[in-house]
Write a protein that binds this ligand. Sequence first.
Ligand code: DGJ
Length: 728
Amino acid sequence: MRRVALCLTTAVFSLMASAQTITYSSEKKVWLITSEYSSYAMGVSPDGQLQHLYWGGPLWRIDDLPAAAQRRDISSFDPHQMLENEEYPGWGGPRYYEPALKVARADGNRDLVLHYVSHQIRGNELDITLKDIRDDIEAILHYRVYPDAGIIGRWSTVRNRTSQKITLEGAQSATWYMPRGDGYRVSYLSGRWAAETQLNREPIHEGMKVLESRLGHTGHNLNPWFAIDSGDAGEEHGRVWFGALAWSGNWRISVEQTPYQQVRVTGGLNTFDFAYLLGAGEELETPHFYGGFTNQGFGEASRLLQKLELESIEPGEIKARARPVLYNSWEATEFNVTEDGQKALAGKAAKLGVELFVVDDGWFGKRNNDHAGLGDWVVNPQKFPHGLNSLIEYVNKLGMDFGLWVEPEMVNPDSDLYRAHPDWVMNFPGRPRSELRNQLVLNLARDDVRDYIFDVLDKLASQYNIRYFKWDMNRTFAEPGWPEVSPDEQKEIWVKYVLNLYDILARLRAKHPNLEIESCSGGGGRVDLGILRYVDEFWTSDNTEAFDRLRIQEGFSQAYTAKLMSAWVTDVPNMNGRNTPLQYRFLVAMQGALGIGANLNKWTDADFALATRMIGLYKQIRSTVQFGKLYRLLSPRTNDTTANEYVAANKAEAVLFAFRHSQEYSTLPPMIRLIGLDERSIYRVESIDGKLIGGSTEYSGAYLNNNGLQLMLKGDFDSTAVLVHLVR
Ligand code: DGJ
């Protein structure tokens, strides 16, 4: 047995003082994972089961925890296994809740009971090996603690050490347990195309709620994030357990309350249409599932996840770089891109202060509309008679970086690529190939397709001075057939597609360290912590209408940080036929990574003047917005006024954004109390447009936190921002 463990002999042990995140008591066979924010514990029962023991506020004394125990059956209908919180239960014996691992052996035997074998602690990482009580089928549970955010990353490696092949019928990353009890609520993000990340909050009752994607990508409909609170949490108070699954394919998170008042959350690879063959000696690693706890409400839960993203998940090389101000002509020109047209827009964008100029769809092949060209990644000579370099050099001379739109996973049947390789798309032979937006999905699970796509992108990035790819994916899977492999391997397409996608991204980044990538999937269809390891930002939604955006952005911010939230200012009327003032549109977009997506050819001098001022202002506040802490002060779901505050880590700068939906009954907008300022310090407040009521320009942090500011927000779609600077 392989074991490197720390034996605790002292009765009282201060984990805080030792700054040790993972400790083990060999007497009790208990592990305690602890950070400033939370603790997590599990132990081995006398019969060898690994049981969950604790998840909540920080503990400092491992001896307080009980050893894991075997329970008694309540009745022949209530077996003890259903009362024991197994950390990673196999499907076997009398277990009826959601299992973490389900296997089928070659002879049809499907019983799996996992017991503890060994463990290893390495700094902030812990591996615990479990094994079936008879066969050499192992699950190695991995735990990685991120002490600065109090978050634990969990995943497993399932290893077949038998001499027979086995089929995994379900492979989850982790099961999480709330303290036993009821009255919990679950928060989650739902939506659809152009209406992503809508926040829902509802009570948990007995039974199961499933959040999932069966779409092949992460999906617009549900996002792999959850928060569970004790029933009474608010933005800045109350106990919240939260988690996010790092997977960009079919995922599943089930939230289940058993008849024994136990809420459990199980997440990982979706079990729908899932089968993964493991030959003798083979293994599968499941996606990382991050989980954290706070007793300071949903706002703090978001800030902890956001911290994790900024410090530990975003690609390392350039994560310290603030997102540049971008221009993208998609909404202005759609497919009608030409060298001259793009140059004209680039000239105007540069004068505004734009730093990254992106050419969207339409630059390649016969791409004059969405019926043709996808797959043919060669510059269209009619649109760019002097090649792409002429435009890129022009853009670079204007002082901007150049970015290019690609949709590498797709093909139009009307393309040279499809004519040459009709077998490269996912398909069931003899069955229809369902088109969506006139396109089919290349079977990226195939290694030859993966290598082809890598070569295409590598050539583009090598041949041209491209700083940034907007990587799009504009449809969901259908007929996910992979006829070239044996029938018992065909369902692996769901997993291997994503692994190959990650592989391409990783290789591209390694070869082109300055290249940045935006994850877009018809808006926010591929927003998750799995792809975040390889990309710099997300395209939040194709809905750029500023009022709708407030709620999309509120939902996005539950799980993802502002720096990742690409947000454009576009023209009006936009979706819903709505008109909002240009300042309102700017201030909404300035709460994330600002971009301009308007048709600059139609802008007036006044529009240019306002935009130039707002972009200048954004550059002044962007490190606070992109790297600071977000406080959601007033929600657009429940208030006529929406307010968000961003505070720099050192509390020396803050910015308050506020938006009024409509003026009714001449009511005054509310006082807006700030959060997170240093109470003993003096701050100067600076309105961007004179809408601050009150004579003084200097206040103590205590006054701003406790009394707040009154803003003169009068009309429909009125907006303002207040900059807050530390004086002393
Ligand atoms: C969908 C994206 O979300 C849009 O921003 C744009 O890039 C189009 N695709 C182009 O086809």
